[in-house]
Design a protein around this ligand. Structure first.
Ligand code: ADP
Ligand code: MG
Length: 238
């Protein structure tokens, strides 16, 4: 588990400002959901946190330590993307083990972690299969397993359910909620789906055009939206 602090984070691509003065304190073990319309900067903000994009200015701290200049693996963050890009020629076992092997973990550690991860995600019976022999939901769980296996302090999810059909979305969403209960790790989850945000979040951050419009618990945002924009997103009239 780890806390995360964003201090006046800004991101520009050339002359385009994509993230503006975003400040947030995320507690150890908190489940934070970023919502907002397409193009408002949700993925960029996650990528800045993960270290996949460089911060233009502002500071990012993990457990009080500035991490702006650390590489993604050095930050102890795992990330699950929207399109679960599994390695098609590798078994479920090898897909989950991939990051651990890259980190040159001992064979026995790799094996223990892969089996523990597979158990948590109910993939134990599928370790020898290739991705093409899995359902969409199973593939997405393997992608989650791959991010989890290194036991990151912080897990980031970028619209992880958007390629699943409605029934699988609900099931996988519940699995992610259980995962958070069991692991207690800090999670940041991006979605444009209000129901996902309302069900999963300890706290919701509403983004609009690169800045934070409002943050609060699902209930606070529902009962006291600060603007029409937030109300439109969270679903209560204002
Ligand atoms: P969201 O995930 O909320 O849909 P993104 O973070 O993907 O939004 O994008 C926010 C804005 O930043 C968009 O206008 C997008 O075109 C722009 N953007 C994202 N990545 C890049 C990039 N690598 N170069 C230039 N512009 C980018
Ligand atoms: Mg996005």
């Amino acid at each position: 588990m780890a806390s995360l602090t964003l201090e006046k984070i800004n991101k520009r691509f050339g002359a385009t400002r994509v993230i503006e003065e975003v400040s947030l304190d995320i507690k150890d073990g908190e489940f934070v959901v970023f919502v907002g319309p397409s193009g408002c900067g949700k993925s960029t903000l996650l990528r800045l946190i993960a270290g996949l994009e460089s911060i233009t200015h502002g500071d990012l701290m993990i457990d009080g330590q500035r991490v702006n200049d650390l590489t993604p693996p050095e930050r102890g963050i795992g990330m699950v993307f929207q399109s679960y890009a599994l390695y098609p020629h590798m078994s479920v076992y090898d897909n989950i083990a991939f990051g651990l092997k890259l980190a040159k973990s001992e064979k026995q550690t790799v094996d223990e972690r892969v089996r523990r991860t597979a158990k948590i995600l109910q993939l134990d019976g599928l370790l020898d299969r290739l991705p093409k022999a899995l359902s969409g939901g199973q593939r997405q769980r393997v992608a989650i397993g791959r991010a989890m296996a290194r036991e990151p302090k912080i897990l980031l999810f970028d619209e992880p359910l958007s390629n699943l059909d409605a029934a699988l979305r609900v099931q996988t969403r519940n699995e992610i909620a259980h995962l958070h209960e069991r692991l207690g790790s800090t999670m940041i989850y991006v979605t444009h789906d209000q129901v996902e945000a309302m069900t999963l979040a300890d706290r919701i951050v509403v983004l609009n055009d690169g800045y934070v419009e409002q943050t609060g618990s699902p209930r606070e945002l529902y009962e006291q939206p600060a603007s029409r924009f937030v109300a439109g997103f969270i679903g209560s009239p204002k």
